[in-house]
Design a protein around this ligand. Structure first.
Ligand SMILES: Cc1cc2nc3c(=O)[nH]c(=O)nc-3n(C[C@H](O)[C@H](O)[C@H](O)COP(=O)(O)OP(=O)(O)OC[C@H]3O[C@@H](n4cnc5c(N)ncnc54)[C@H](O)[C@@H]3O)c2cc1C
Length: 808
């Protein structure tokens, strides 16, 4: 075994082997994979080998499509058969709600280039002869489904990597990982030590244990999973003979089942409700090529549905039941990327669909390690989407929930109950008493809307029980004054003598003067957007940044990686140390003036000013800015004072008829101002010109900010896309995001977010279209629940287009 390597990859499952292959293909050949046993000694060997392109996140779907397209290449390179059978498949709907969901999947496929087609249940039965069409209301055909040989694929990756110069050391167990003072990693094994610049944790079932070697508690948990294989079935033989083809895959969402042909019989797997975690706290090192004891009682309810939906199963025997463990992150998506605070330590774990996602994970990670960027939008897989709050117990609760809901519909207005209440702010009970309906963001409870006694969310794809109540909340903001809790923002404090010049290089905006704020886009080297903040200069060398709450860890990883080594800049994520309240509406200033002795007149405290002032008895930092697009103020307050500030505002607001508003009303309000947000409109695949944030980029400033050259090039060449707002002729449903935008009979763009703008009484969609059609006003259509609706471009904000209210 070599004593030094550029990269050590830990784990020879499908994911580790894919990472190794991609590193070598990308030109890093001084790389070695360490596997404690034979390759495939974790989840990989007993997988059912199914692969498919669809995923809830379109960017993950793209990587799944890439994974499937890769198998031919690694087979040719390695000479190792992968056993790929591209059979195609049907996705089945037994209810109308499921069919609505599938229509959304088909629509998304249109701009992702995934070939999906809605078919009737009868047509599905013609393709998949075992199903009873009377049990279904419709289906979708997916030509890119199939299955493969899990061991063959893993060995093909490893062999192809070796051919390119990478090394694989089997029976080499990593026992500890130690960081040297010079930043290199000592990887200690039962066969000696390897010193490496980079370490990749692809430990699969043991990813947690490998993480613990460097003090990291990763939010992953293994679950038991069962599938059965039947005896040979005459129906299968007859179909094979008649058509000369295999029986195609089927996913029966309402039965929570997946099926495919296995030799002369069938394989049926299920994600059962009564699921069971495996090795909750510690994965035993002596586990390897074993299976777990099957528990037919646990899967019996799903099988009962399966036997009804696929009657031929009633007449066949079960040859074998496989029960094996595999890992999940709390939301079911992989954990990929560099780990904050551990330079050179990378993770590629929590991959629950290794044969659909392994290639994409390897590609993104190798790009990231070699080029410094994943080369794709992998937000949904980024390990930084979790912070310390994703504890072991939280992970356990969420993974179990996610497993049991693997095939369940999640409606756009549906909040899931597991892992709550975890983080709450001091006004939680006060808001609950006012009818707050709660959602969760980055582990924190956030008010979505306020319901009268006895009313709650009815889950639906269409406008629902909250509609008129959100309208009332919007009306209180636009008509007088509303109050919202905004603690879910991320807040950062930056200090130190080097702070100003560091921020000038990090952020693309012009730095504000003391007492002022500005909108601050942050770019990466290729000029794409990785942040949009409000940056405030508090004076005396102190800076305050507010940004997207869900990206706190993501941004801290970036901030810390770019801090000067001389200690001249300090940054702190304030997290729960600072809570937030916001007031907005034409009466907001009058209200503020009633609760503070500070001069808040327009002259003394204009738009984008920031100052410390008391709200009632509570010391606060108050900024004159509002995401509602109205006259408004954001107030940052230590948690011990939040109740006092809240009560002072509510009491003083009574005379104006103050109303509480939640994040759904905020969404409605920001839509009529064309305001975007991170992870929706602003993502690392769009440039500032494309996203309409170029007006906040100080192209001419002296500082050589990160991404400046690329941003200048984008401005010169014009980019490819434009973010636009559309008014949709919708009837009883509004867009939620990811719907295709049609123009002139073809899909030309996609929706990033939208909803109903209650004040303007318009259904609004925001999305990207190619710049060539970005100045057209008519001829657009947006596909919503299987129907195309006419849409009109809305070039100026629906509300306060001249920004008079905001600046008044
Ligand atoms: C019953 C079942 C059915 C499934 N069906 C499908 C399916 O149809 N389609 C699909 O895509 N996925 C399926 N999966 C999931 C799939 O198996 C996993 O997504 C995949 O195997 C994950 O691969 P991995 O490389 O991340 O982890 P693993 O396969 O667990 O590999 C990790 C490897 O790391 C090694 N390792 C760990 N720690 C160390 C150490 N300290 N030193 C050295 N080596 C170490 C282990 O020995 C192991 O070989 C199924 C899983 C099960 C259990």
């Amino acid at each position: 075994m070599k004593s030094h390597a550029k990269v050590v990859v830990i784990g020879g499952g499908v994911v580790g082997c894919s990472v190794l292959f991609h590193l070598a293909r990308h030109g890093w050949t001084d790389v070695v994979l360490l596997e404690r046993d034979e390759l495939t000694s974790g989840s990989t060997w007993h997988a059912a080998g199914g692969m498919h392109t669809i995923n809830g996140d379109p960017n993950v779907a793209k990587l799944q499509k890439y994974t499937i397209s890769l198998y031919k290449e690694i087979e040719e390179l390695s000479g190792q058969a992968t056993g790929v059978h591209l059979t195609g498949g049907v996705l089945l709907a037994a209810t109308e709600a499921r069919l609505d969901w599938l229509r959304g999947v088909v629509a998304k496929g249109r701009y992702l280039g995934i070939d999906l087609e809605e078919i009737s249940a009868k047509e599905a039965a013609e393709l998949m002869p075992l199903l009873d069409p009377s049990q279904f209301v419709g289906a979708v055909r997916n030509k890119e489904d199939g299955h493969l040989d899990p061991s063959g694929v893993t060995h093909a990756y490893a062999k192809a990597a070796r051919k390119l110069g990478a090394e694989v050391e089997r029976f080499t167990k990593v026992e500890d990982i130690v960081r040297r003072p010079d930043g290199l990693w000592r990887v200690l094994t039962n066969k000696g030590e390897v010193v490496a610049e980079h370490v990749v944790n692809a430990g699969g079932l043991w990813a947690r244990e490998v993480g613990r070697m460097v003090g990291l508690e990763l939010p992953v948990l293994a679950m038991e999973h069962m599938y059965l294989i039947t005896e040979d079935m005459p129906e299968v033989a007859a179909w094979n003979q008649k058509t000369g083809t295999e029986i195609i895959h089927a996913v029966d969402f309402d039965g929570e089942l997946y099926l495919r042909q296995e030799r002369g019989g069938m394989l049926m797997g299920t994600y059962e409700k009564a699921n069971k975690p495996w090795s909750e706290f510690q994965t035993p090192w002596n586990f390897g090529h074993e299976l777990l004891e099957p528990d037919i009682d646990r899967i019996a309810p799903s099988l009962e549905v399966g036997f009804r939906h696929f009657p031929a199963f009633q007449n066949t025997g079960i040859k074998q039941i496989i029960n094996g463990p595999f890992t999940f992150a709390p939301d079911g998506n992989p954990l990929v990327g560099p780990v904050r605070g551990l330079p050179g330590f990378w993770v590629a774990c929590g991959v629950m669909a290794g044969f659909s996602q392994g290639g994409g994970v390897g590609l993104a990670l190798s790009n990231w390690m070699i080029e410094g960027d994943p080369g794709a939008d992998i937000w949904a897989m980024d390990v930084s989407r979790y912070g310390d709050w994703a504890t072991m117990a939280y992970t356990n609760a969420k993974v179990r929930e996610n497993y049991s809901r693997r095939f369940s519909i999640r409606f756009p207005n549906e909040e899931l109950p597991a892992g709550r209440l975890l983080k709450t702010t001091p006004v939680y009970d006060l808001l609950s008493a006012k009818g707050a309906q709660w959602g969760v963001s980055y582990g924190l409870e956030v008010p979505l809307w306020y319901a009268p006694e006895g009313v709650k969310d009815e889950f639906s794809w269409r406008r629902s029980s909250d509609f008129s109540h959100v309208a009332r909340e919007v009306a209180s903001v636009r008509g007088s004054v509303g109050l919202a809790e905004i603690s879910n923002f991320a807040k950062y404090k930056v200090t130190g003598e080097g702070a100003a010049s560091w921020l000038d290089r990090l952020l693309a905006c012009k730095l504000p003067k003391p007492g002022r704020m500005t909108l601050a886009p942050m770019l990466k080297e290729d000029g794409r957007l990785i942040g949009d903040f409000t940056l405030a200069n508090l004076g005396d060398g102190e800076w305050f940044i507010a940004g997207s709450g869900i990206a706190e860890q993501y941004h801290m990883r970036w901030f810390e990686a770019h801090l000067p080594v001389d200690g001249s800049v300090r940054i702190e994520a304030l997290g729960p140390k600072l809570t937030g309240l916001a007031i907005a509406g034409p009466k907001a200033r009058e209200l503020l003036a009633k609760v503070t002795r500070a001069d808040v007149s327009n002259t003394a405290f204009p738009f984008m000013a920031i100052a410390r002032m008391d709200i009632g008895m509570a010391p606060c930092l108050v900024g004159r800015v509002s995401y509602t697009g109205d006259l408004g103020y954001e107030m940052w307050v230590a948690p011990e004072y939040q109740r006092a500030a809240f009560q002072a505002l509510m009491a003083a607001g009574e005379e104006f008829g103050i109303g509480l508003f939640g994040s759904r009303a905020l969404n409605s309000l920001r839509l009529e101002k064309n305001y975007g947000s991170l992870a929706r409109e602003y993502r690392p695949i769009y440039g500032p010109l494309e996203a309409g944030l170029d007006r906040f980029v100080a192209y001419g400033k002296e500082a050589d900010f990160i991404g400046k050259q690329a941003a200048l090039a984008e401005r010169k060449q014009g980019g490819r896309l434009r973010l636009r707002t559309f008014i949709v002729e919708a009837d009883d449903a509004d867009v939620i995001g990811d719907e295709p935008i049609w123009f002139d009979g073809a899909v030309r763009g996609w929706v990033t977010s939208g909803g109903y703008a209650h004040h303007s009484k318009k259904s609004v969609a925001i999305g990207y279209v190619p710049k060539e059609i970005a100045d057209e006003s008519d001829g657009f259509e947006i596909e919503l629940l299987g129907r195309r609706h006419a849409a009109r471009m809305q070039p100026v904000p629906l509300f306060d287009a001249n920004f008079e209210r905001m600046r008044a």
